[in-house]
Ligand binder design. Sequence first.
Ligand SMILES: CC(C)(COP(=O)(O)OP(=O)(O)OC[C@H]1O[C@@H](n2cnc3c(N)ncnc32)[C@H](O)[C@@H]1OP(=O)(O)O)[C@@H](O)C(=O)NCCC(=O)NCCS
Length: 197
Amino acid sequence: MTAVQFETQRLLLRELISADADVIVDFSNDPEFDRYRLRSQRSEAVTRRSVHQAILASTLIPRMYYALAIVPKPSTTAAENSLIGVLTLSLDWNPVLLANIGFEIHPAHWGRGYATEAAFAALQMSFDELGVASVMADCFAANRASIRVMEKIGMQRSRSWIDSIALRVAYGEMRPVVRHQVRRDEWQQRLYRKDPE
Ligand SMILES: CC(C)(COP(=O)(O)OP(=O)(O)OC[C@H]1O[C@@H](n2cnc3c(N)ncnc32)[C@H](O)[C@@H]1OP(=O)(O)O)[C@@H](O)C(=O)NCCC(=O)NCCS
């Protein structure tokens, strides 16, 4: 297995390790954070199992799932080397290679642009290293912060009602779920801009 690790301006993105589960469980308990999680994800046991599964998935070939710890570099104000969030990237052949990304940040660090910086890095990794045709991200329609992150990194919302119904069914939720997406050609057109908006 080749461990994935890379840096952005303020962040280090590295593979999850078992010890990260405690921090993730801790911030997942915040009610503000919990509001936007799927019902199926709302338990400590599920959180711990997902960390374990992510570590297992990192050993599989071909690798189809990445869960990376988001860690501020020591020069920033957050506590040195502690994880403040998780970035996920899931690959699927359907019929071309597609990526679905997700991001979560400890509520104590919201509003500092960390999710935007990490999500932009996920687009770079998807298009420049993994060669995907399109990257998507899903969240509840009420999750304004998440939608804003997707907009800032150049994703556009799918207005298809079929998508809208399919997403609710796929996630098993009554609340509306929205999908944002950016294709490789759209990404290439905006490459002159090196950073998120
Ligand atoms: C969504 C989430 C990752 C954002 O993290 P973050 O580090 O605070 O995000 P950023 O600071 O990069 O950007 C947030 C943007 O949303 C905006 N925002 C925050 N709350 C908002 C609200 N209620 N309405 C509208 N915009 C809002 C911020 O102002 C900012 O936009 P700006 O830079 O134009 O001002 C974080 O809220 C989170 O972890 N939520 C729970 C998990 C989740 O919902 N994950 C997304 C599913 S993929």
